[in-house]
Design a protein around this ligand. Sequence first.
Ligand code: FUL
Length: 521
Amino acid sequence: MRIKFLSSPHLSLLLTISTLSLSSCSLSVPLPPPLPILPIPTASQLRWQQSEMAMLLHFGPNTFTDSEWGTGHADPSVFAPSSLDTRQWARTAKENGFARMVMTTKHHDGFCLWPSAYTNYSVKSSPWLDGEGDVVGDFAAAAEEFGLELGLYLSPWDRHEPCYGNTQKYNEYYLGQMTELLTRYGDVKEVWLDGAKGEGAKYMDYYFDRWFKLIHQLQPNAIIFSDDGPDSRWVGDEAGFAGSTCWSLFNISDVEIGHTIEEYSEQGDPEGTDWVPAECDVSIRPGWFWHSSEKPKSATTLLDIYYRSVGRNCLLILNVPPNTSGLISNEDLHVLAEFTNIRTAIFSINLAENSTVSSSSVRGNGDTRFDASNVLEESIYSYWAPKEGSPEWVLHLNLGKPISFNVLQLQEPIQMGQRVIRFHLDAIVDGEYKTVINGTTIGYKRLLRFPSVETRFVRLIIDEARADPLISFIGLFVDSYSTTNDLDEDDKRFSSKINTVVRRQWPRRHGQFLNGRTAEM
Ligand code: FUL
């Protein structure tokens, strides 16, 4: 065998060819997506957040005794719904855009809506279906039939159970009940742990760590809600309002369940190391349970709540309490249908849909995966990405003709982390750019309302971000239902809040934001 050695001119020619072919090869290889910025959501948190709205149902002896916090001594015979129909609840949830139903399987009064083996204070001691019924079973079956996710509320505070106050015994009791719930009724997608406990209640410790671990072991896809996560956090008020600045970032170790710092929970923490998005709970009526004397909120009030919860990067969980018949009342059905019609009227026509979009830069070399036009598709899985290290981050929209609008919708691909700290929208009015609205934080979804603007050209400027910003959706809409009182204020004051309130009040861990900058006008 002969080995032929190349002479040096041959060798250098070969090297040049291979270098050329290598570099042309690397030219045709697309740039991968940018690195996610931590923390990022789990698959369950992503699914949960994209569902946007859940329905909460408070039902139990309190419904029949006209109370909110039952003493735990109501006779089980009071629980006697005449025409309980969990399918009506599920149909209502489905028709009105709720993806999940969460029911009080046991409220603070300790009465169980399923036949628990660990107590007789339950449906089995009630006259309903001669003690043979199981509301949780019916509820789970209805959720499945209507394609809804199932969520269960199990109150830690129990005013009936005699062992409450004995830490060891009650933790065993609570986990025994939790295990029944999580092993009997199929897939459970949310477990709701309410941190409430009345003054004067017996002192005891809840073994949260063990509870969370067991819940995730039995139902790995379940989101655990509490004041402090681990998967979703209480927003900190019962009005359904998140902060105008709202991060899904949070520091679990800075909060103790039952001792919420309202402002911290409402706003989240731009430097938090845990991904714990906020859930906004509010009742359609003044009380959580049904009372004959109370009326539901108006559809426009619900719309305002929607803007301040879903429109602020949160999940809205709206309580719709069944009445003593075991049905959602007609008045509530009516308001819910109106709320749905209003949302459809506003959000089914995106006036930016046919615009031509351009941007200050695009990641990669003409790679359509990161193109500015991706912001017209309403999905977090397609997005605009700027060139790495660009000096400015701007998206320009040419609407084709002058259009009037008064609502802006923005979305970030949160699977890549929440990035945007501050942004503003400009429009060309009378021949020059004027600022329409300033805002802070986008997250999964941000909705902002402002006085109507007529223009053909708008631009979105990202003023500050934790990393190169990624934008997955821009929509412009007309809302003729909100009043001028509901408009979002100029959010400049909230951007200064990031630097003052947030930075001063809570323990800081990581110093400055990354990549903060002011875009050139
Ligand atoms: C509170 C409870 O005390 C109320 O009764 C209700 O369940 C609400 C959702 O949470 O903390």
